[in-house]
Design a protein around this ligand. Sequence first.
Ligand code: MGD
Ligand code: MGD
Ligand code: SF4
Ligand code: MO
Length: 756
Amino acid sequence: MARLPVDELRIIEGFGPHLSRMSGLRLSTSAEPERLVKTHCCFCGQQCGIQLKVRDNQVIGFEPWEEFPFNRGMLCPKGVKRYLQAAHPDRLTTALRRDPAAPHGFSPLGYEDAVAAVAGRIEQIQRTHGNQAVAVLGGASLTTEKTYLLGKFARVCLKTPYIDYNGRLCMVSAGAANKKAFGIDRTTNPWSDMVGTDVIWVAGSNVAECSPITTNYLWQAREQGARIIVQDPRITPAARTCDLYLPVKPGRDAALFAGVLQGMIEHDWLDRAFIEGFTSGFDQVAEYCRQWTPQRTAQVTGVPERSIRLAAEWWGTAKTSFLFHARGIEHHSNGVQNALGTINLVLASGRIGKPKSGYGTIVGQGNGQGGREHGQKADQLPGWRDISNPEHRKYIAGVWGIDEKDLPGPGVDAYELFRKVDAGEIKALLSICFNPKVSLPDSTFITRCLEKLEFYAAIDFFLNDTARHADVVLPGSLQEEDEGTVTQVECRVIKINKAVECPGDARQDWRIVQDIAGALGRPHGFTFNGPREIFDELRIASKGGVADYSGVTYEKIERQMGVFWPCYSEDPETGQPIDHPGTPRLFERGSYNPVARGNGPFYFPDGKARFNVAEYRPPVDDADEEYPIYLTTGRVVSQFLSGTQTRRIGPLVDQYPEPRVELHPRLADTLGIEDGAWTTVETRRGAITVRAMVVTTIRPDTVFIPYHWPGQKSPNRLTVAAQDPISKIPQYKVCGCRVRRADGPPEYAALLESQQ
Ligand SMILES: Nc1nc2c(c(=O)[nH]1)N[C@H]1C(S)=C(S)[C@@H](COP(=O)(O)OP(=O)(O)OC[C@H]3O[C@@H](n4cnc5c(=O)[nH]c(N)nc54)[C@H](O)[C@@H]3O)O[C@H]1N2
Ligand SMILES: Nc1nc2c(c(=O)[nH]1)N[C@H]1C(S)=C(S)[C@@H](COP(=O)(O)OP(=O)(O)OC[C@H]3O[C@@H](n4cnc5c(=O)[nH]c(N)nc54)[C@H](O)[C@@H]3O)O[C@H]1N2
Ligand code: SF4
Ligand SMILES: [Mo]
């Protein structure tokens, strides 16, 4: 089937603020609800507890859920307005098929016909080109049950190794570093442990806008005397009131961590007993750090020498501490090294796995944690098992009732998967809960690949910008239309509860996946009657793995308001069934772990954590004479990811309607750009024109653009597709760019004006 170019302008038009406001108008929020459903916000990894007000099979509002221990009734602007999206007229209620003659490029299709069409094309392409010609992309906003089913579907039903997910753009650097250092990929403490600690270090995270509830813990800790250190090229809202701000140049974090550790080593601000008793590899790290004198570190990172010394002193001499990082240090071609640099600071201080002392990476997506544990990653099987490990393969093949040799091996990361589309190796794609055209770097390349596919089917509740390239779109479920579990930022497994039925022909995502398996004539293993049955199989599949969920049940989650994994179903010593409450704090002395078996707290056979040399490498596509300014990208509080959902919620659109480029007054003056002026930002991949936002809260050598918009407003037309060699995360957080005053408004602005 020939690919049709997608009209970018039409896409932008479809997302105008006027449309979004309609969602509010259609709801009568003053009506009395018929019931309240305790569940969680559908957006970020904080997964705040919320009660949805339901009437006439519609979510009409919300009430705080005061008892839920994590957020105690608090919500950020997105949580408050989330209920507005369901009533948006763009909600997909029928399947669609590509139809160039139709006004919007698609015409409706009956659900059964759509499923048959998807199965028919997949079958035909696999018969002609082999099983590997078909790929699957998943997402970490899906419940854990769905991600488990999807991993199984790709390997057992489609028999393809090619499955990956959008968490590849998010959590994988942190995950890889955690696995290398601790043998387990999990934040170590519940957030309540933060209150009462001496020092909190936040590296590369805009907590106030991106993990708002975490900020509240930060404030509480500060009220009780904690000093806050923030490391960011921008003076983020949290940095404005912190005790020590480290204005690192984009892409230089590993150097900064090495410099701080060197300061601690010089003054012997180390926990020698912990280093000797519970870790290995310190000497090599100390050797590497020797070159990172305060002078050199300051020169490379742009952080003043005195701040580096102060950071070493505060961190080195604290009695209790927390270190958190997020995508600011992870979205780099050096992302794993950056994360390992933070871990080295934590291990050198010995402050981990204790009350008031811990380490964590702030999870991004709603199920950023659970979504990376149970098998939708290219290299992984449920329970954090490794798809290349013969024992792990055998166990999972047993659970799935297949022969181990029929289980495909490791696939490739999400970006590489598109390179395989470009090379003609992958011909068909099924995607769910992923919007790669907006979210992957160098998106002009992604658009080209989408047009090369012989067949593309997408499952979503909105026609996202990628799905506009699909041949068939299947109408999936909103979070409130299904039940299932997710694992939030503290690693607490929680339960999403169903509030309403899917409208029209929309179906719960897991049903759609199973219906495709059925239509392919391969239903074996895909006849679950609901999420609870899927979860029961997942519990068995995860049993004995590092991410052991075998003792988690829906009832226990409700009773305890969440269960921290690992949660065992049997006493690890005796093999007798037990009612294990879960593990809120990791690495406590004496706590069981299946790998060390009594040798120590960390998840390696010797029970010791690993120091890793965290080497600084300059970014790929760094600023240079031709492109002299650093471009970095990220988020604003009122928009979420590719914006597919939040750009359809009127009040959030009003709060931040268009992307703007943040730049410092000094840079703006040099370039002759005033606040609000149309400004063109150009990199080696392309150029976009957005309005300037002149702010004193950014380094003068750096500009920042939030990435929540498609088409001509998308900074991913500028970003570089360089990836970390271990985690394969893209380097979203830095590349060289040049900035100039635009010749005039961009095409999209003219179009919007002409409509008003
Ligand atoms: N409002 C909102 N909240 C969200 C999301 C959203 O889209 N909107 N998304 C969720 C998801 S999936 C994620 S992953 C998280 C992301 O949460 P964060 O990682 O906190 O958010 P980002 O804006 O991507 O980047 C964080 C910070 O990194 C800084 N930064 C840029 N380059 C560097 C660098 O080289 N070094 C250092 N140290 N810092 C740097 C930026 O200035 C920015 O302030 O947020 C989650 N929460
Ligand atoms: N330049 C730049 N690019 C970035 C980043 C950055 O900082 N800078 N951050 C990266 C990060 S951290 C992330 S996490 C990615 C996010 O990457 P994306 O994959 O673009 O994330 P979403 O916008 O959530 O898109 C997911 C799609 O899934 C749909 N969806 C949500 N929930 C469900 C569900 O339950 N069922 C179904 N069927 N569909 C669902 C939504 O409608 C949406 O269309 O973007 C990355 N891209
Ligand atoms: S902090 Fe995250 S989970 Fe909580 S209300 Fe805001 S978007 Fe939702
Ligand atoms: Mo993310």
